[in-house]
Design a protein around this ligand. Structure first.
Ligand SMILES: [Zn+2]
Length: 124
């Protein structure tokens, strides 16, 4: 219940702050099998969180955009669009784009790409 309460509060804060939220449609079963995430994703806190987000957004006429899990959010340079196949390794937390030389934090770069892709879908 403590965690559920936390997920309700966080989703409320996000819904209050934004009109449109873009998330990656993560494959939680595959993540549970991976060594990097393991058991922590088995209990599906993420699924619960996205359910809360979706209905809270819809209540206010706002939108949740799910980005396909195959969209290369981590591998793509958010500055120039170069796709770096080495970034599939989850251990690589930061990288430099070989084309435009931008320095990336893995998660921030992925988030920027997810937002761009979400806006592309909304505008289409
Ligand atoms: Zn680049």
């Amino acid at each position: 219940n403590q965690r559920k309460d936390f997920l309700h509060k966080r989703s409320r804060e996000i819904v209050n702050a934004y009109d449109c939220v873009c998330i990656e449609d993560l494959d939680m079963k595959a993540m549970a099998r991976s060594l990097h995430f393991g058991k922590s994703v088995h209990d599906n806190g993420w699924g619960m969180f996205t359910t809360f987000l979706k209905y809270k957004l819809e209540e206010e006429g706002k939108q949740l955009i799910r980005i396909d899990k195959w969209f290369p959010s981590s591998q793509t340079c958010s500055v120039c669009g170069y796709k770096n196949p080495e970034i599939k390794d989850l251990g690589m937390r930061e990288w430099d784009c070989p084309r435009c030389k931008s320095h990336h934090d893995r998660d921030l770069n992925a988030a920027i790409n997810i937002r761009k892709e979400g806006m592309r879908i909304v505008m289409a």
